[in-house]
Every structure is written in C-alpha cells, then in structure tokens.
Design a protein around this ligand. Sequence first.
Ligand code: UDP
Ligand code: MG
Length: 334
Amino acid sequence: MNPSLYIVIPCYNEQEVLPITAPMFLEKLRSLSAAGKISDESRVLFVNDGSKDKTWEIIRGLAAADPHYLGICQSRNRGHQNAVLAGLMEAKDRCDITISIDCDGQDDINAMDAMVDAYLAGCDVVYGVRSSRETDTFFKRATAQGFYKFLSGMGAEVVYNHADYRLISSRVLQEFANFKEVNLFLRGLIPLVGFKSTTVEYARAERLAGKSHYPLKKMIGLAVDGITSLSVKPLRLITGFGVFVAFFSFIGCLWALITALCGKAVAGWASMTCIVCFVSGVQLICLGIIGEYIGKIYLETKGRPRYIISERSWEERDRQASAPKAGERGPEGS
Ligand code: UDP
Ligand code: MG
C-alpha cells in the first residue's frame, strides 16, 4: 500500500501568501497521489502559529472547502521551530511520512518527488538542501552562510544549507517524540535520532508574497539556540582561554617579582589599567556564555509544554456530526 503523506506547514501572519501557495501544496499532493507514490489519505496540515492577521480564518476556510486541507491553531505565537514541532507531533500518528516546508513558496515543492522517491528507496529522513542562494539578498546570503559556518565552528553539526524543508518518516518521529527539550533546534536534533538519511537539492526562490519573519536578531537567537542545544564547545573554549590567560599571568607575575627584587619596580598605571580592563571584559563575556547555558538549564527544568494547540480544523465538523462512535473520530473520518 502507498504511504500516506502529511505536508506540515507553519504559518505566522501569512494572509498574503497563503491563498497563493495553499493550492500549490494541494496540487503537489494530488500529483504525487496520481503518480502512485502516496495514498489518497495524504493531507496538507497547516499550523497557525498564533497569527494576528487572517491566517487562521483562511486555513479554516480551506479545510471547510476540501478535506485534504487540515489546520491546527496554536494558543499563541511560539516561534517557527515550535510550530513545526506541533505539526509533526500532530501528524506522526496519522501518516507514514511527513514533509515540513515553509508556507511562503521559497522552497521548491517539486523537490518533494525526489524526497518521496528516496523514502520509497529506504531512507527515513531526507534533507532538502539549497543548491544556490542567488535569489536571496546579499545580506541574507551572507548572514545565512555565516550562520552555518559559526555553528559548525562551535561544534554544532548541521547539514550545510539545510533549513527545515525535510521528509521524516513516522517511525523517526515516534523516536523523536522522546526528545523532550524545550530548547528546540530541529535541524540539529533530527540527525541525532539517526536512521538512514540522504539529501535532495533544490533551488531557493524568493518569497511569493508577504515578508520574512527572520531578521538578523532572530537569526542570532536561532544560532545561539542551536549551539547551546547541540554543543558545549563554547564552555571548553572558555576553559582553554582561561588556561592561556593564566599562563601569561604567571609570566607577568615572574616578571613583576624579578623587577621588584632587582629594585627596579616603578608605578605602571597604564599597563595595570589595560590588564584590568582586558581581563574584566573577558570575564564578563565568559560569564555571559556560562549564563546562557544556565538560562537554558533553567528553562529545561521547568518542563513547560513546547506548544499548546487551541483548535483543530476538524473538531468543529466532528462536533456537528451526529454522535460519532468511538474510533471514528479524526480528520479522515470528518
Ligand atoms: N513562522 C512561524 N512562526 C514564527 C515565524 C515564522 O510559524 O514565529 C513561519 C513562517 O510563516 C514561514 C516559516 O516559518 O512559513 C519561515 O519564516 P520566514 O519565511 O519568515 O523565514 P525566512 O524564510 O525569511 O528565513
Ligand atoms: Mg521564507
């Protein structure tokens, strides 16, 4: 039997682009189904990430018009990573494979054919990798490439130029459900689950409408999350740097001692001030890095839910349907 596919799409304030891209996703689902690669039980699952515009109304309208569209709504905005997670966790028990993709049309949906082919050939995870970034602005390209280089320099290994366009089988998702961390960095965590994986290249286009939600500040936040989630290398660098400074401090002590013993000690205000400023600056940076990890531990210990779903598009129809028998509930039965 052909596998069922759920396309998981996070949406935050996307009222401009959703009406353009939603039919494209459905069309892709139909063409994959017509090619005999996936079953007709496949769905397009939108995750409304607490949008303030008409995104959820649009999703509900789509779900009412065609049963192949489904939508879930988060109780508030929780960020892209949590929105993708919510969709994947919702989908994992309903299908055989998921493909997560942004809703703005930037990622080439035609790469899904190759992804499903790779799944049918035995891969459980297929990473979509951008073959070029020609359509990105110079700034976006430079920051994104810097992002990957910085991550790998800090010991956080990720698939280069892979964002969150990927196929994951439900059995990998079942295992991934045991990763309980709130500091989410999916593109670094999924490889940790293991299983057979491969990559599929695709060209990155421009946003079809609307504007990006990832300015430089958020990119830096994501990089920090990625590093603290995957690596303790910054802490080791601090230790290494501490040893380095301690070595020169030792030489400095010897020098000061010998100078004093030779009776040549003079008031060295400038050198003293420089050393104090330098060392205290370094100490503050180190404290900040350690604090970043402590902050992450603090958040992890609380164990708060990573997402809260306030509404599901099929629930309303379920409610309206007359007395459904146990076991018949669910999106397919709606
Ligand atoms: N997104 C989300 N929650 C957020 C921010 C973004 O669900 O808080 C979604 C957004 O709707 C889009 C995807 O994440 O589908 C990627 O966002 P965007 O296209 O703005 O990022 P960029 O491609 O510019 O890096
Ligand atoms: Mg985008």
